[in-house]
Ligand binder design. Sequence first.
Ligand SMILES: [Zn+2]
Length: 161
Amino acid sequence: MPNSKFLKSSFNDRDEYPCPLCRVGKIRHMTLMEAMSCDFCHQIFTADIEQQEIKMPSRQPPLIWRWNGFHWAEAQLEGVKLGWGYIMAALAFIFLPTALMGGIAYHFPLKADAPLTWIPYIWTGLTCFSHFVIIFWLVLEIYQIPVMAYWRAIQQRLISN
Ligand SMILES: [Zn+2]
């Protein structure tokens, strides 16, 4: 760990740092190797002291975190910039089909005595939910957020308390 929580410290591969991936374990230098590994999720990182970065090479393109003197800045994909275009596309993917379904359900209502009049509304909700799940899953996949590692950490904390 850097000496003090309040003093900005530069990144070097001899100290311990919080794992940027699982945020539970600590990463430290591996003996006889030019790499660091996490004692909790066992992920291996390569350190670039000059750039103050660590890279997770086990996926392509690799994920990179930069040490800002206090903590790891948010992950970036090497050579990929996720800009506003992607965010707008993701929002459009969720809300355009939902608006289409909702618009149809609103403008072409079924007769009040028809059976199952609630289906268009349920269907609109399901459209929104399923498209949101797809985007959520994509974000998890892109950033390889270790859901199982978080879950294990929560369980261990519950058991140890
Ligand atoms: Zn970890």
